[in-house]
Write a protein that binds this ligand. Structure first.
Ligand code: DAT
Ligand code: MG
Length: 156
């Protein structure tokens, strides 16, 4: 039976991905797979914001390096929507350690260091919803939905 899990995932191009000019490639992969981009912004988050985003990892030894890395430049924050986009998005992105990421994945094609792995994608539906709330207002996420082809582009 067809999988009808309509989900949203928070996907973020990290500062090195932005600096290396990989924004278009990443967006293209999600678009071509069939997912819908429902929110996007370039953001220069505060240290506190990054610490909240990665709060589950704050006890890890690498946490200070991770936070410093994420503050090296602007990031591209996005919300993608579609069937099983959380688990499929993780597959598109590849393993956390790029040396374990298969060729054909974003990390498997573009990087070799865990500490410079260029992209984030939510790991569960629950964390996705939490991350979307942290990075976007409800209006920012909802407004693009009014331009969806299925509404005929009507905004009112
Ligand atoms: P993912 O980004 O695949 O969801 P994660 O949530 O476990 O992985 O960790 C978040 C980020 O923290 C990860 O993308 C890179 C960094 N990181 C994770 N494990 C690390 C490690 N062992 N050494 C250095 N950085 C690490
Ligand atoms: Mg994670």
């Amino acid at each position: 039976m067809e999988d009808k899990r309509l989900e949203r995932s928070f996907v973020m191009i990290k500062p090195d991905g932005v600096q290396r000019g990989l924004i278009g490639d990443v967006i293209s992969r999600f678009e071509k797979r069939g997912y819908k981009l429902i929110a996007l912004k370039m953001s220069s988050p505060t240290k506190e914001h990054i610490e909240s985003h990665y709060e589950d990892l704050k006890a890890k030894k690498f946490f200070p390096d991770l936070v410093a890395y994420m503050l090296m430049g602007p990031v591209i924050a996005m919300v993608w929507q579609g069937t099983a986009v959380v688990s499929t998005g993780r597959k598109i992105v590849g393993a956390t350690n790029p040396l374990d990421s298969l060729p054909g994945t974003v990390r498997g094609d573009f990087c070799i260091e865990t500490g410079r792995n260029i992209i984030h994608a939510s790991d569960a539906v629950e964390s996705a919803e939490k991350e979307i709330k942290l990075w976007f207002t409800e209006t920012e996420v909802k407004s693009s939905d009014t331009l969806a082809p299925e509404t005929g582009g009507k905004t009112g």
